[in-house]
Design a protein around this ligand. Structure first.
Ligand SMILES: Cc1cc2nc3c(=O)[nH]c(=O)nc-3n(C[C@H](O)[C@H](O)[C@H](O)COP(=O)(O)O)c2cc1C
Ligand code: SF4
Length: 516
């Protein structure tokens, strides 16, 4: 009898470890032989801790459990899929899961993350086997044909980046995985690393073969201790089994992989600041050109890609580029793991083809706000992303459609706010965040963000609001045009979208009466 209890950080935060201990103890006391598998999460976070029981009818779920539920679970013979108040039926039939197109997250929450056998049984390493038979040039061609674009933020075509590195001649080349995942409301990188780490290893190995790199690094934020542990465990297992190291799977290709832990600065997710940090220096942005693809880590040609970009590659190689390119919307091909967060009823990960509308994601999939109040705004694409009002909920989830509305998809995060949100405070916060996280290299960002905060404080205090609002717009223009990277360059997106869509929040507030 197999019971799946997630070891994912979000599930553990709401008691999954205690539950696993209590279930094991109860099973022993009752002399019931259970095998407990610590899987990753399916990304149905509002149901955690969600345990699953393997039955002939499929995996039956029991949701939102606590240790207090354990005796009654055993009374109900949950280990055979028995009925219980917390039973939610066959997990894969839940509309939230059944509606998804899980290309990249197909194994998440299904397999034991650190079992290579389980990974292989569920199609793991088929992409690498295909890659080895294709050879470097055909791998790059397949990634280009798939239409995969970088899932870290900028949406740059992954195949073109790989081609640039493949064409560069250098004594050494590197593959760097950007697992800094700093965007507010995002967790897709973490979920993959905790649920299906071999897929990321496989994707990075394929990248190494494609461009001629023999060393890879995963730059992982220190706030993800479980992901660090699981990735290191998986790397050791893959190395022992010959999937990493010299002559991968008996081929002529070598590839080594190491995890490097970042101390946690938002700007260290910016690719050049990340490379500085990897080299042991202060995480400060480098001027471009040269691009990292030409002169990256230690001055060598480097592929730097987001975790999800790299983790998408095994599917593309195993199933064929056309399968991936065959779905999507406009120039946004394949699937996106949308992360629903903030004040939302069904917070979690929803992988789907591009083209679904923002309104469908928030209202139908996410079920509206957790507070039950009307949605006021959705911040899309992290702290540098725009606020969308419900009037723009018809926007298709697509890089270009979002850009046309002065927004961005970024890493796929959607953070929901209800009608109690004060958008003037959110605009001020965007400037404050930029001031706090600025690497300090260029003036528009380093000084501009501080001036932005001061100006918003004057507006809030009722000091010349119209003049100061015009000043903020002028400042945003300077930051957009004059900043060296998107930290200062994109901070105007949340600021201006809040001002444009919610002008009523920026009107001068009457000063409180002295007696109040
Ligand atoms: C301030 C800032 C923070 C960023 N943070 C991240 C991050 O946490 N993770 C990430 O993958 N990309 C981040 N990026 C984007 C990276 O610079 C880069 O575009 C990305 O790693 C390229 O990989 P991709 O092409 O696979 O998206 C950030 C960019 C900026 C300007
Ligand atoms: S925009 Fe900000 S984070 Fe980027 S280089 Fe300039 S100071 Fe550094």
């Amino acid at each position: 009898m197999k019971i799946f209890i997630p070891r994912d950080m979000a599930a553990v935060a709401v008691g999954a470890d205690h539950l696993a201990t209590a279930i094991a103890a109860e099973a022993q006391a009752r002399n019931i032989p259970l095998t407990i598998i610590r899987n990753g999460s399916r990304g149905l976070f509002w149901l955690e801790p969600l345990i699953e029981v393997a039955t002939a009818a499929g995996r039956i779920g029991y949701a939102n459990l606590s240790v207090a539920d354990v005796p009654s679970l055993f009374e109900s013979r949950f280990f055979e899929g028995g009925p219980h108040d917390r039973c939610i039926g066959v997990v894969e039939r839940l509309p939230y899961l059944a509606r998804q197109t899980r290309f990249t997250f197909a194994r998440a929450g299904v397999i034991d993350p650190v079992s290579l056998d389980d990974y292989r049984r569920h199609g793991g390493y088929r992409g690498l086997e295909a890659a080895l038979s294709l050879g470097p040039a055909a791998i790059v061609a397949a990634v280009k044909e798939s239409g995969l674009r970088g899932r870290g933020g900028a949406g740059f075509p992954t195949g073109i980046k790989w081609e640039t590195v493949a064409r560069a001649s250098a004594p050494r080349k590197y593959i760097v995985c950007n697992a800094d995942e700093g965007d507010s409301g995002t967790f897709a990188d973490r979920l993959i690393m905790e649920a299906d780490p071999f897929m990321l290893i496989e994707g990075m190995t394929i990248a190494g073969i494609a461009v001629g790199a023999t060393q890879g690094y995963i730059y992982l934020r220190s706030e993800y201790p479980f992901a660090i542990r699981i990735m290191n465990e998986a790397i050791a297992i893959a190395t022992r089994a010959g999937w990493l190291g010299r002559g991968i799977a008996g081929s002529r290709f070598d590839f080594d992989l190491e995890v490097r832990v970042g101390a946690g600065a938002y700007v260290c997710g910016e690719e050049t600041a990340l490379l500085e940090s990897l080299e042991g220096k202060r995480g400060q942005v480098r001027a471009k050109p040269p691009l990292p693809a030409i002169k990256g880590l230690f001055g060598q040609p480097t592929v730097i890609n987001n975790t999800i970009s790299l983790a998408s590659v095994p599917f593309i190689l195993a199933e064929g580029a056309q399968r991936y390119a065959g779905i999507g919307y406009g120039r946004s091909r394949g699937t996106m793991p949308v992360q629903l967060a903030g004040n939302i009823r069904h917070g979690g990960l929803f992988e789907c083809a591009f083209g679904i509308t923002l309104g469908e994601l928030i209202e139908d999939v996410g079920g509206g706000t957790a507070s039950g109040r009307p949605v006021r705004a959705v911040q899309a694409g992290g702290p540098l992303g725009a606020y969308f009002p419900p009037a723009l909920f018809d926007t298709p989830y697509d890089y270009e459609a979002f850009a046309r509305r002065d927004g961005l998809i970024g890493h796929g995060g959607l953070v929901v706010f209800d009608d109690t949100a004060d958008m003037a405070k959110m605009a001020r916060f965007a400037m404050e965040f930029c001031a706090h996280e600025s690497c300090g290299k260029c003036t528009p960002c380093r000084i501009g963000a501080v001036r932005g905060v001061e100006t918003f404080d004057k507006i809030a205090a009722g000091i010349e609001p119209e003049k100061n609002l015009a000043l903020v717009r002028d400042l945003c223009e300077t930051m957009k045009l004059g900043s060296l990277c998107a930290m200062g360059g994109f901070t105007p997106y949340p600021v201006l979208s809040a001002m444009n869509h919610f002008p009523e929040d920026f009107a001068a507030k009457p000063l409180p009466l002295a007696a109040e």
